[in-house]
Design a protein around this ligand. Structure first.
Ligand SMILES: Cc1cc2nc3c(=O)[nH]c(=O)nc-3n(C[C@H](O)[C@H](O)[C@H](O)COP(=O)(O)OP(=O)(O)OC[C@H]3O[C@@H](n4cnc5c(N)ncnc54)[C@H](O)[C@@H]3O)c2cc1C
Length: 395
């Protein structure tokens, strides 16, 4: 007889971990299948920010910004060792497209949407403070705004959420690759393979509901569910980061690419400088995503434009680079302007739900919403905990 659980989760990225935590907290039995490693996908290749997304105000994604800032406040409280406030600096030069008045309006809205809570205040730095800004180019510099957002270790946060789920009874199979699922009136029959077993041992599990949290692989997983379900029009968009030797000392920098006006971050990261990101349409095997030479040149170009010390060897040497994949709704405009809202796609009489896209920041709120959508197909159970009260700690 095959094993049986309430909730079967495919993927141990931040969304799979979050749904496992929410479902286990609600009293359900949970099994998570992960094909390679915890946070192996986008959840270890992000810009590592727990943020409202200041720039999303430009495209009026107000609901997303409000929810993200709310979650930021919660994470600062629940995971103080994993999520920390950092000062962010926005330099404004004569040629900067976003003018001081626009930034002031944006930062005021950002503070208001944060409920004027922790770190909501922003300021314009006096000229006397510019010398402490990591060698930032001061020629033509008109203004430097400082505000606050939060940084995390994305992979460590994902592992902490998964550990929290496991402490509430969720089980993890790793490495275990989802192969296919058959959905019927009573539930879902799922086949998966223990990928490290000699025979590639095939297993079966029965579940009440299936959550597809496979990130860039989510369309593939959805395509292996029967009866066949429609998959929304999606696009994978590659984002790369560079790692350079010297961490900025004054905090983080929110830079405008002089080439196309996109936002690029320069961040302190484990004693190094982390710079990103790009947005390049991607086709192919998600496991094979890797930074290209032109992305590297683009990011170096932004860094060298703002930090003259990085124009030559030494501090300007790229020590490492990595790339990840965003799942965005397909569209004609540049990916930069596309919605970053998470798409929850409930199918097959409420027994299969796919998560497409989303933010690291909103993992908990999205997981709660996903669980609420799956609830009608789940039995009533006695809750064990509330996710907005569960502390998250590093190992
Ligand atoms: C470049 C970049 C920068 C970003 N920066 C930020 C940021 O600063 N702040 C922020 O809030 N958000 C950011 N994001 C968004 C955020 O990283 C993602 O939304 C989030 O990590 C997605 O998590 P996920 O769990 O949906 O997917 P993933 O983390 O990709 O997890 C999917 C998991 O499913 C597993 N899987 C796939 N197929 C199978 C299968 N058949 N069987 C078993 N397991 C399977 C994979 O191995 C993987 O571990 C960024 C994204 C990118 C790409």
């Amino acid at each position: 007889m095959s094993r049986s659980v309430d909730v079967l989760v495919v993927g141990a990225g931040i969304h799979g971990a979050g749904l496992a935590q929410a479902a286990a907290a609600a009293g359900h039995s949970v099994l998570v299948l992960e094909q390679s490693a915890i946070a192996a996908g986008s959840s270890s290749r992000s810009s590592k920010l727990v943020h409202g997304g200041l720039r999303y105000l430009e495209s009026w994604q107000i609901r997303l910004v409000r929810e993200s800032l709310h979650e930021r406040t919660l994470m600062l409280r629940l995971a103080p060792e994993l999520v920390r406030l950092q000062p962010f600096h926005i330099p404004v030069y004569g040629a900067t497209r976003r003018r001081p008045w626009q930034l002031r309006v944006g930062l005021s809205m950002y503070a208001a949407l944060a409920g004027f809570g922790p770190g909501a205040r922003f300021s314009s730095l006096p000229r006397s403070a510019w010398a402490a800004l990591d060698g930032l180019e001061t020629h033509g510099l008109q203004r430097v705004f400082r505000y606050h957002d939060a940084q995390t270790d994305d992979a460590a946060l994902t592992a902490a959420v998964l550990r929290s789920a496991q402490s509430l009874g969720a089980a993890l199979a790793l490495p275990a690759r989802f192969i296919a699922a058959d959905v019927h009136a009573q539930g879902v029959r799922v086949r998966y393979r223990l990928t490290d077993s000699a025979a590639g041992d095939e297993q079966e599990v029965r579940a009440r509901v299936l959550l597809n949290a496979a990130g860039p692989w989510a369309a593939q997983v959805a395509g292996a569910i029967r009866p066949a379900l429609p998959v929304p029009a999606l696009e994978l968009v590659q984002g790369s980061h560079l790692v350079l030797p010297a961490a900025p000392q004054a905090g983080c920098y929110y830079l405008e690419s002089p080439r196309d006006g996109r936002a690029v971050f320069a961040l302190p990261w484990k004693g190094k400088l982390l710079a990103g990101t790009t947005e390049v349409p991607f086709r192919g095997d998600p496991a094979a995503v890797t930074p290209s030479a032109s992305e590297r040149n683009y990011l170096l170009g932004v860094l060298r434009h703002y930090f003259p010390a990085l124009r030559s060897g030494g501090q300007g040497v790229v020590e490492a680079a990595f790339a990840g994949l965003r799942v965005l709704p397909r569209g004609s405009g540049h990916a930069f302007h596309r919605s970053r809202e998470t798409l929850l796609d409930l199918q097959l009489a409420g027994r299969a739900l796919s998560i497409y896209g989303g933010k690291l920041t909103t993992w908990r709120a999205v997981s709660e919403r996903a669980l609420a959508q799956l609830a009608p197909a789940l039995p009533a159970r006695a809750a064990r905990a509330r996710t907005d009260q569960l502390p998250l700690t590093p190992p």
